[in-house]
Ligand binder design. Sequence first.
Ligand SMILES: [Zn+2]
Length: 164
Amino acid sequence: MMPPSGPTLPTFEQFQSDILPVIVHRWQQSCFCRNPQFCKLLSFNFEDYTRTPAALLDAESLIDHLIRKHFKSPDGPISTDGRIIQIWQCPQCDSAFRESYAEYSIAMSRAFLRPLNPEQQLAPTGHYLLGFHAFRDFSPAQVHDFRPATSIESFLDALTRPPS
Ligand SMILES: [Zn+2]
């Protein structure tokens, strides 16, 4: 019997303890605001595909540990129409992102960011390690422009590549 092939993807705990610190460390050398993979990952919004609430855990972690801890928000959150809107500014390059946050149950919230500068492009396809946290009738197959990364290294390299 052959062992199962394919990449070993991290658990949520491993992502928090081993991968996030690498991302934050690389970000401190040079931000990723002009990296289309970074912008794409943070942009995931289930409403583009389905009415079933879903969060992309990779993006939620980055928003929690990179954006909310290291970016500036001069105006703070604004509550509007069942969601919370917040503008975040990169302290390195001043690029701004607009966060939209909403809660769907006690255990289900979702945030996503869209860049406000038109020069910040989104990659056509995003890659994730952790994947989705969602209500039961959500199907990742509906999300045609995000797929699992082939390895931790390829995920990190694509996400943290400095602007060329
Ligand atoms: Zn930046």
